[in-house]
Design a protein around this ligand. Structure first.
Ligand code: C2E
Ligand code: CA
Ligand code: CA
Ligand code: CA
Length: 276
């Protein structure tokens, strides 16, 4: 038994070592990638009831030197832990500001949403950075939507409300991402400057086969109305889902049924062509 115990400990230590080694490796890869401009902003359209595109959500993609694309789920958790999500987020905001600038230049202004994690939102100077970037790129902050998660709101940081209100004064709108999966304090939700609830795709996709999910989906859509917020349903993959959501009064739909995320340049070209 003693031997076994010792083995376990040494295995455990070996695992920790491997993790630390792997993190260090990813850390240096991310730093390198930032220097090389390998983080790209992709855009996924949001559509309204008549099927026309109105704005998009920015999703980060890491294009490695060999051309291989890395999906966010593979590097965001590590980047968050190492606080490297902060410079990656800045990179995204810059690219989004450039897209907004071009939309405005072409007289087809549309809101672009960016995902901002709690680490990024609470970083020192977040508000100043956002303002600086948009001034530098001559883009209107009123076309920026920030998607935050319920976890930021329940973190209870006083900073959160202050920063939201500061940004709100400059025209920034806020959307609660993955709504329904966290533990929002509904009273607090109503007091914060939130414009939009984004209903998590699990409710959208499972509503058909699961009466409880359907009831929750319906409740969330009515709640958005009651709170005077817009609703966005994400992960729409079928015509049936789209029809149901529109019948229930969802304001915006997003999902593979309408469009997949694509490089921002091609999304932008499409928009400039379509509205000319
Ligand atoms: P999210 O914000 O909930 O984004 C939606 C995810 O669902 C995206 O995955 C998108 O590609 C995917 N999706 C969109 N439509 C459909 C659909 O119809 N069906 C299915 N099955 N999936 C769909 P992605 O791009 O891999 O991003 C994963 C998560 O990574 C995001 O979830 C978000 O939490 C995070 N993320 C992505 N980009 C950024 C970023 O720039 N900054 C931060 N902080 N987080 C980001
Ligand atoms: Ca999102
Ligand atoms: Ca989401
Ligand atoms: Ca999600």
């Amino acid at each position: 038994a003693r031997n076994l115990g010792r083995d376990c400990i040494s295995v455990y230590r070996a695992e920790i070592k491997t993790d630390v080694k792997r993190d260090l490796e990813i850390e240096s890869q991310i730093r390198h990638a930032l220097g090389q401009g390998q983080f790209e902003c992709w855009l996924q359209s949001k559509v309204v009831a008549d099927g026309s595109v109105d704005g998009a959500e920015a999703l980060v993609r890491w294009r490695r030197a060999d051309g291989q694309l890395v999906r966010p789920d593979e590097f965001i958790p590590v980047a968050e832990r190492l606080k490297l999500m902060i410079p990656i987020g800045i990179e995204m905001l810059q690219q989004v500001a450039q897209v907004i600038h071009q939309l405005e230049q072409a007289k087809v202004p549309q809101a672009i949403a960016v995902n901002v994690s709690p680490v990024e939102f609470l970083a020192p100077n977040f508000v100043e950075s956002v303002k600086e970037i948009f001034t530098e790129e001559s883009a209107s902050l009123s076309l920026l939507t920030i998607e935050i998660t319920e976890s930021l709101l329940v973190s209870g940081e006083e900073q959160v409300q202050q920063r939201m209100e500061q940004l709100r004064l400059h025209g920034v709108t806020f959307s609660i991402d993955d709504f329904g999966t966290g533990y929002s304090n509904l009273v607090r939700l109503q007091r914060l400057p939130i414009n939009e609830l984004k209903i998590d795709r699990q409710f959208v996709q499972q509503a058909e086969g699961n009466p409880k999910h359907k009831a929750l989906l319906d409740a969330m859509l009515s709640m958005a109305k009651a709170l005077n917020m817009k609703s966005v349903a994400e992960g729409v993959e079928t015509a049936e889902q789209a029809d149901y959501l529109l019948a229930q009064g969802a304001d915006y739909l997003q999902g593979f049924y309408y469009a997949k995320p694509e490089p921002c340049r091609s999304w932008l070209e499409q928009q400039l062509k379509a509205r000319r």
